[in-house]
Design a protein around this ligand. Sequence first.
Ligand code: SAM
Ligand code: DTB
Ligand code: SF4
Length: 339
Amino acid sequence: MSEIRHDWNLGEIRALFDLPFNDLLFRAHTLHREYHDPNGVQISSLLSIKTGACPEDCSYCSQSARNETELERETLMPLNEVLEAAQAAQDNGASRFCMGAAWRNPTDKNLDKVIEMIQGVKALGLQSCVTLGMLSDKQAERLREAGLDYYNHNLDTSPEFYGNVITTRVYQDRLDTLKHVRDAGINVCSGGILGMGESSTDRASMLQQLANMPIHPESVPINLLVQVEGTPLHGSEELDPIEFIRSIAVARILMPRSDVRLSAGRTEMSDEMQALCFFAGANSIFYGERLLTTDNAGTNHDQQLFQRLGLHATEIEEDPQDHACGSHLIQQAQQAQQQ
Ligand code: SAM
Ligand code: DTB
Ligand code: SF4
């Protein structure tokens, strides 16, 4: 097995970005095959359980109270509606159900309600994921006790560019939340957004932050900015698709064992671009008609794409924190048999 590193310097990561495209993709894809089923894709579905009126000022987000978007604010969704949506996601083939709330952080009372949702989702046989904003160590513990599988909390961008995007909380707040999640023993889902006007060095720096964590996030969502009218980032210059694919490849090389999720923004990507992302190491998607508040690639379209590319949904595997994925175990067993 190739070595897993946690000591990447920025120059090394920039050098990966600068490789000829074919060399970069070859290297990323070779590692991808070493650690993952090359044709397997993990499928998550999203639901916004509390929408809009968020006190934070994230300049990409439709849900910030400061952004003049056309979103209707909603209160926390009732448990039965959440479970109906989870059941529908499972019937459509999702293995993980991710619930998102437009909070700066959950109150303890909110958390009681979310815990009921997590327990209900798990009882259906789905993996559970929530993204609720900042968490204290005690709140992370409570979520772990409730059986939460993944907590999503993105770094969003590099420490250097961060102040251009969000001013109501600092980068260290995000790192602290991620530490609380990790220490509680919950799988970490953390990535960022590309196409917000950041430089290529910012993209390298964000990936460096993720790759140099003592344990890599088990799941790394790479979002392409969804440009929402009424947000400050609406009208940002479009990112070159080749640069996006390169970023996926670099994420794969830096974090070979992690699931790299081709996240928001797929509606703007051609099938060919998505195919290259899968080749470069993406092995997870959000599936379903909606993301949180915006449209996702349609399920019919995704089913056709999977068929055209010979991709399949992966089954729920053993706990990724055991640091051995299914294809590894099969490989090890095959090697043992040959000896
Ligand atoms: N309020 C919580 C928080 O910010 O941590 C959870 C929900 S928030 C919507 C989750 C993540 O979705 C953000 O951190 C960001 O990375 C991503 N996101 C939100 N709006 C987006 C957009 N317009 N385009 C791409 N990604 C977006
Ligand atoms: C992540 O990295 N992307 C998802 C999920 N984690 C919560 C959210 C994407 C949101 C896209 C814009 C919207 O639908 O509001
Ligand atoms: Fe609120 Fe999360 Fe949107 Fe930021 S990304 S405005 S914290 S919902």
